[in-house]
Design a protein around this ligand. Structure first.
Ligand SMILES: Nc1ncnc2c1ncn2[C@@H]1O[C@H](COP(=O)(O)OP(=O)(O)OP(=O)(O)O)[C@@H](O)[C@H]1O
Ligand SMILES: [Mg+2]
Length: 308
């Protein structure tokens, strides 16, 4: 007869095996999906202080349809540079970036972008902001308006369609920005620290909202962040960039079942995983942005005895 201890350890082991099986099946199915974004041997350099500095070096990635990938790495390692190139906002001198089988040569409706800074047109209402893409595409005003209303409904902002951006909170502005990007039905949505300026409570709400959206919409997301909790909570895989030059240090599968609730950030499995990823990110110790290393000494500008 099994003792209680053995019985419970068998139960724990079989739960572990079941969990592992779910995760294995999930990633097996993920890798069988089409590659929607391919970055191949991408290198980017900029003139800095009179010399050419390599920012991204031989970056290669393959991201599958409906995948949620986070890109993390120290400040200045080239995350935004990578995001801008994928979005088609910056040219790249060497390598290939292919989205939906087409080489990225400039901005296109196949790639949506949401930035940290609120980039809504301040003179347009919420609805007009969301209508912007369809109007630019030549759709009629009434058609664009209908789509905008649908998207505002999805992000829960129907009641605010006639508000102006300055009348909204930060989280609401980012929901408008997401609706404005998704209305164009992009294949890939690139988000560069979209919740970086939000307070922790709103940020958590927005993470949950984004996960719900992603679950219900056919969209591949490349999400740039330096928040480890955010990366683990959201991602299927995490791309770790190291700095100077920005190279792919590791690509980590996140073995957490979905759907995930923001509360999992306090689970032991979540914390263990975060510790493991932390050790990858900080080993070897990343070299940080030279501008941070070379912090200037600030000269005293008021007489020393001003405040006593
Ligand atoms: N257009 C540009 N011209 C010159 N240098 C640039 C340009 N864009 C970015 N850089 C430099 O490239 C490096 C990487 O910048 P990037 O903004 O991609 O970093 P990041 O990883 O997004 O940092 P953070 O986490 O602070 O947002 C920095 O040293 C930056 O100064
Ligand atoms: Mg950045």
């Amino acid at each position: 007869m099994m003792t209680h201890d053995i019985a419970s350890s068998v139960a724990v082991n079989s739960a572990h095996t079941d969990h592992q099986q779910v995760i294995d099946d999930y990633f097996k199915a993920l890798y069988q999906r089409n590659v929607v974004l391919k970055v191949d041997n991408l290198t980017q350099s900029f003139d800095q202080g009179g010399s050419r500095k390599v920012i991204l070096k031989e970056v290669s990635l393959q991201i599958h349809e409906r995948e949620f990938v986070c890109v993390i790495g120290p400040s200045g390692c080239g995350k935004s540079t990578l995001g801008r190139i994928i979005a088609g906002l910056d040219a790249y001198p060497s390598g290939e970036v292919i989205v939906d089988n087409e080489r990225v040569k400039g901005p296109s409706a196949s790639r949506g972008m949401v930035f940290q800074g609120y980039t809504l047109f301040p003179w347009k209402t919420v609805k007009e902001n969301v209508m912007f893409g369809p109007i630019m595409e030549g759709r009629s005003k009434s058609n664009a308006e209908r789509s905008a209303r649908e998207w505002l409904d999805i992000v829960g902002l129907s009641k605010y369609e006639n508000h102006y951006p300055h009348q909204l909170s930060g989280g609401m502005k980012q929901r408008v920005a997401i609706a404005r990007a998704l209305i164009n039905e992009p294949k890939v949505l690139i988000m560069d620290e979209p919740f970086g300026a939000l307070d922790p409570y709103t940020r958590q709400k927005m993470q949950k909202h984004l996960l719900d959206l992603w679950r219900n919409i056919d969209i591949t997301i490349v999400f740039i962040t330096h928040d480890m909790d955010e990366a683990v909570l959201l991602s299927d895989r995490i791309v770790v960039l190291k700095a100077n030059p920005g190279e792919v240090q590791d690509i980590i599968e996140v073995p957490l079942a979905r759907p995930r609730h923001p509360d999992i950030v306090t689970d032991s499995q979540f914390l263990q995983l975060k510790a493991r990823i932390n050790s990858i990110v900080h080993n070897p110790q990343p070299e940080i942005d030279p501008a941070l290393v070379e912090m200037p000494d600030i000269p005293r500008m008021t007489p020393l005895d001003t405040y006593k």
